[in-house]
Design a binder for this molecule. Structure first.
Ligand SMILES: [Zn+2]
Length: 325
C-alpha cells in the first residue's frame, strides 16, 4: 500500500502536479465497510478525507448476508476495505479478496481481540469455529476499532495522519462518555439483576467488560428457530433464575420470546438492535453512539432501573456515510 502510494507520488512529483497517492480522482479516499456500526465508527475517523460506503443494508441478518453484484463494484474501487472478521462476513470478505485491487488491503478490525479472548456459546459454539463476533457493542472495543482504523488510514494517507488522530480522539471521548454514563446508570440495578436473556447473542463482550451476566441466548447457531424442547428448557430457566425481562432484536422477529413471556409472566422487549442504527441517515442517533445508547437504555429500564445519564448523552456530531437501506 505504502509502496504504491509512494510510486504514484514520485510520478506526480515528476509531472509537477500534486495528485495525492492513495486517493481517487476527486482526491478522496474510498473506504468500504460492512455493517452499519462499523461504518459509523470508521466514518468518524475518516472525517472529511474520504467517502465511506457500508455494504450490509440495515435490518439485514449480517451473519448470513450474501453481497449483491453491485458490492463488487464498490470493493473494486476501494482504497481500503474494513471488515469485522471473527467469521461475521465471510461471503463479503471472499468477494473483497476476489475483486479488490492488488494493493488494496482488507483489514479485520476484530483482530484487536486476541484469539484466546474469543467468546463461544450456544449461538456461536466453539466446535463450529465461529466465535461471537459482536465486539462493537462494547465501547472499549469500539475505541480499539477506531484506533486500528486510524493507524491503517495514516499508513495509507500520511498527509491525513493528524486529522485521523484528532478524529479518533474525538470518537474516544464520545465512547468514554457513553461508558461512564452506562457505569453510572447501571448502578440503579442491583448487581444480580444485571442479567440478559436475549434472542440474538450480541452482548457477550459488553457483558464481560461491564459486569453483566448473559444467562442465555435463544437463537440457534443456524439462525433457525429453537426447537419446542429448547423453548421449554428456556421457560424453566427463566422461572428458575428469576429473570425480569427477555430481549429480542428488530432484525430477528420471533414468536419464541412472546411464548416465553406468556408462559412465565416475564416482560419481553423485542426492540434491541445489534447492527441496525436508530433513525435514518442524517439523524443524530443514526450512529454507533446512538445505537449503543438506545440498547443500554432499553436494557436498564426494562430490568427496572433508570438511565438518566445515558438519556442525557449528546449523540450529535457523528460523520455520515453511504448506508445502503
Ligand atoms: Zn449479530
Amino acid at each position: 500500500m505504502k509502496r504504491s502510494a509512494l510510486a504514484v507520488l514520485a510520478v506526480a512529483a515528476l509531472a509537477g502536479c500534486t495528485t495525492q497517492g492513495a486517493a481517487d480522482d476527486d482526491g478522496q479516499l474510498r473506504v468500504v465497510t460492512t455493517v452499519a456500526p462499523l461504518t459509523s465508527i470508521i466514518a468518524d475517523v475518516v472525517g472529511d478525507r474520504g467517502r465511506v460506503t457500508g455494504l450490509v443494508p440495515e435490518g439485514t441478518n449480517s451473519h448470513t448476508f450474501d453481497p449483491p453484484p453491485s458490492a463488487g463494484e464498490a470493493l473494486a474501487e476501494a482504497d481500503v476495505i474494513f471488515v469485522n472478521g471473527l467469521k461475521l462476513e465471510e461471503p463479503t470478505k471472499e468477494l473483497a479478496e476476489r475483486t479488490r485491487r492488488p494493493d488494496t488491503e482488507v483489514v479485520e478490525l476484530g483482530s484487536v481481540l486476541p484469539e484466546s479472548d474469543y467468546l463461544y456459546d450456544f449461538s456461536f459454539p466453539r466446535e463450529e469455529g465461529k466465535p461471537n463476533p459482536h465486539l462493537w457493542t462494547d465501547p472499549t472495543f469500539a475505541v480499539k476499532y477506531a484506533e486500528k482504523t486510524r493507524d491503517t488510514l495514516s499508513d495509507l494517507d500520511p498527509d491525513g495522519a493528524d486529522t485521523y488522530r484528532a478524529n479518533t480522539e474525538a470518537f474516544t471521548r464520545k465512547a468514554d462518555s457513553l461508558a461512564d454514563a452506562l457505569r453510572a446508570d447501571q448502578e440503579s440495578l442491583p448487581r444480580d439483576q444485571r442479567e440478559l436473556l436475549t434472542y440474538h447473542d450480541a452482548y457477550a463482550y459488553f457483558a464481560r467488560t461491564f459486569g453483566w451476566t448473559v444467562i442465555g441466548a435463544i437463537q440457534p447457531k443456524d439462525f433457525a428457530e429453537p426447537t419446542p424442547r429448547e423453548v421449554a428448557a428456556l421457560i424453566d430457566q427463566v422461572r428458575r433464575e428469576n429473570v425480569k425481562a427477555v430481549f429480542g432484536s428488530e432484525v430477528f422477529p420471533s414468536k419464541v420470546l412472546e411464548q416465553i413471556g406468556d408462559a412465565t409472566g416475564v416482560r419481553y422487549v423485542d426492540v434491541l438492535r445489534d447492527d441496525d442504527l436508530p433513525g435514518g441517515p442524517g439523524d443524530p442517533e443514526h450512529s454507533w453512539l446512538g445505537l449503543m445508547r438506545f440498547d443500554y437504555v432499553t436494557m436498564i429500564e426494562a430490568l427496572g432501573g433508570e438511565a438518566p445519564r445515558l438519556r442525557a448523552l449528546d449523540t450529535g456530531g457523528s460523520v455520515d456515510a453511504d448506508y445502503p437501506q
